[in-house]
Write a protein that binds this ligand. Structure first.
Ligand SMILES: NC(=O)c1ccc[n+]([C@@H]2O[C@H](COP(=O)([O-])OP(=O)(O)OC[C@H]3O[C@@H](n4cnc5c(N)ncnc54)[C@H](O)[C@@H]3O)[C@@H](O)[C@H]2O)c1
Length: 342
């Protein structure tokens, strides 16, 4: 882009942990100007106003958007609040909505969100920002170099439960498989305690994925997923990687990377770090708004495919057998799964 670069105005809704991360990253990037902050909790909102000094603050996102008319809406609310904020952003005429995983709480909700977004031509980005970690990138580079031969299996597991962690696992495993289309999913699940959590989930879930290039995906999340003893921090006990005909390469979210390839063994450090991962994540938003060809690596259409893998696994538990993708409307997956589990 030649000449002065455009500054994009941003409103952030949901000033908890992740909203603060997003506001901070936007405030530090000269390509963005924070014009509005929103939280339903006035105390949190006031703390955010003092920290970031945005011109407008409001406890109601729709009202804030009507006043500020930003280029970008960021929202970082808990999983139950997705469709209303997508609607509010589209109605206010934003160009891009960046929001937190998981994409939605059901296929029906996700399909409605993306119907509205596509009709309005609004871009979306979903926060699967772990991929910016140098250890995640190193594994991608090793796989892409051909050093592990022909990839036949990708995998990801996390001790954290489904609505927290599964879309991360599917996203990065699919990335390591060059985002080949997922064709069908077989799933199994166990345990109902975590349905009481705000990230309502079965205690344990696993999914086998058939990708269009013949690669098998294996995903597990929650109580019963393999431990990653090399990692102390519980939420970062995740292992994502690929096996090929000549070796494997894998990342541990809190414990670096390692590989065995035709050239021998290698390993290196790395740990998921918001401070490190958020700046390139928000820079990618400006890049995509500048140039439609520079699609954000965490774009919402890709995230939607990963979300459908997760929902297909839930449907498979209930319906049994293979569930073909893409999904159409159906029974709300979480409620139906909770009812079906013993
Ligand atoms: N990508 C990641 O690495 C990562 C890490 C942690 C959490 N998350 C996700 O981020 C999301 C938010 O998690 P968090 O830990 O920041 O939660 P949080 O509870 O710290 O913050 C959520 C905030 O949203 C506010 N809120 C609720 N309803 C609202 C509304 N209608 N309008 C405006 N504000 C509203 C709440 O008052 C709260 O301050 C979740 O979906 C979670 O899964 C992602």
């Amino acid at each position: 882009m030649s000449g002065a670069q455009k500054t994009y105005t941003v409103a952030v809704a949901g000033m908890g942990k992740r909203g603060t991360h997003h506001a901070d990253a936007c405030a530090r990037n000269p390509r963005f100007k924070l014009v509005g902050l929103c939280d339903i909790d006035p105390t949190r909102l006031e703390a955010a106003r003092q920290k970031f000094g945005a011109e407008h603050v409001d406890t109601d996102a729709r009202r804030l958007l009507a006043v500020t008319k930003p280029d970008v809406l960021v929202f970082c609310t808990l999983p139950q609040i997705r469709l209303p904020l997508i609607q509010a952003g589209v109605e206010a005429g934003v160009k891009l909505i960046a929001y937190e995983k998981p994409v939605a709480t059901s296929t029906n909700e996700a399909l409605e969100m993306y119907r509205i977004l596509r009709q309005a031509g609004v871009k979306t980005v979903v926060s699967h920002q772990h991929r910016y970690g140098e250890h995640y990138q190193k594994v991608k580079d090793i796989i892409a170099s051909g050093a592990i031969g022909r990839v036949h299996t990708v995998y990801g597991h996390a001790t954290g439960w489904m609505m927290h962690m599964m879309s991360h696992m599917v996203e990065y495993a699919s990335w390591y498989n060059d985002y080949a289309e997922p064709e069908w999913v077989v799933g199994q699940a166990a345990g109902k305690e975590k349905f009481a959590d705000v990230h309502a989930s079965p205690d344990y879930i696993c999914a086998l994925i058939q990708y269009s290039n013949g690669v098998r995906g294996i995903i597990e999340c929650g109580a019963g997923a393999p431990d990653v003893p090399e990692v102390d921090y519980w939420w970062r006990k995740c292992r994502v990687g690929a096996q090929g005909t000549e070796g494997f390469a894998e990342v541990l979210t809190g414990g670096g990377w390692r590989a065995v390839t035709k050239n021998g063994m290698s390993s290196g450090p790395g740990c998921m770090d918001y401070e490190h991962d958020m700046p390139p994540y928000v820079q990618g938003i400006a890049d995509w708004l500048d140039d439609p060809a520079k699609i954000h690596p965490c774009n919402g259409e890709t995230a939607l495919k990963g979300f459908q893998v997760m929902m297909a696994a839930c449907r498979s538990v209930v319906q049994r057998g293979k569930v073909s993708l893409p999904l159409g409307p159906g029974e709300p997956e979480l409620e139906t799964l909770q009812h079906a589990l013993p």
